[in-house]
Design a protein around this ligand. Sequence first.
Ligand SMILES: [Zn+2]
Length: 438
Amino acid sequence: MSNALRLQPSWVIPIRPENTIHLDFDLIICDGVIVDLLPRQAANDRYGDVSAIDLTGEVVLPGLINCHGHAAMTLLRGYADDHSLMAWLEDHIWPVEAKLVSPSFVHAGAWLAAAESLSRGTTCCADSYFFPQATAEAMGMTGIRSQITTPVIQFPNAWASTEEDHIAQSLVFFDWAATQPRLTVGFAPHAAYSLSDQGFKRIRQLALANDLPVHLHLHESNDEMIRHAALYQCRPIDRMRRLEMFDTRLQTVHMTQLLDEEISWLKLTKTPVVHCPESNMKLASGICPIDQLRAEGVDVALGTDGAASNNDLDLFQEMRTAALLAKVATGAPEALSAEQALYMATMGGAQYLGLDHLIGSLEIGKQADVISVRLSDIQTQPVYHPVSQLVYAVTGHNVTHTFVEGELLYHNGDFNRFDVGELRSQVSQWQARIGALI
Ligand SMILES: [Zn+2]
């Protein structure tokens, strides 16, 4: 097994079977795939000649999956804070985007986002932004896995002018993307209020014909509900039902405004929700009722949203926020346990993206998207329950190794695929240009 690798941590959390922690097990990877997970003693007998990485004091788990983001907006981290969603978009973000968005802006921002994500233990991210090919090229260069959905919106921008133009540009991107590794694609209509019925109908037709997901900001804030009601005299979900958008592989984002019958509808149509607690809290958009959604059997995943409304891409911090917010929102400390939060960030994410046959757990035959996290630091001692540590005490800074498809992409501050000095240089050039606009 010349291409094989043996990881030797203190703990392995495979996520499946659920609530399982293996002590002193080895994870064996070969040709990008998980081929074995077994007690160290047995591994010594069977895989004694395989090159090993000693990870004493560390926990190995599946790479985290970030199901909602706008990678290019990492360049706008800290640009405009402490505003409501609509004021933030209309008075700050959209004006600066109108001046700057270009393939080079998107490439630099996506590169920064991918580097941050890999260094914080995220091995797969879902993204939606203009010039999706620039995002895909930057992410492909770093080696991270991604789902890139193409934005569709009525408003003109540097990438496309009309709804129909966005859809035409999307089809060109899908053709290019078909040959790219570690990449899946789909449509991202921006929001119910910002597309016409005709736009949704065309996306529905193409998504069904090509089995593509449709990634949609839905019921993000009360402002969105008011704006949509003024335009269409109904709630966004009701209009999406009328347009039969739930027939597609619909991936809903945010969902902070939900009635009981809407939750039942999500369950009936097996429509998953991605929860972005830090972005929702920062923009005061509301609280997604994930405890109720989970209890009803709706699949829930976790996302950071863009770094401009978070302001980091650290899913460890997002897990902790999700767990704490669920307890405050329900008044029940049992709401969203550490195990459940970790599930959301791994298998929950894989299910949301329709990739659960490939990633999300450490099972034999799955892709070796794997991370190792150090629990030997002072701030994570002592260790009684590694999962509690991962959700309530660790940050992404504790990540030591990040593998995608068995390839080591990040290791203790170093990236294997690119020169971090070149990334820093590009980011500082953009900082100068963007900073001049403030
Ligand atoms: Zn978003």
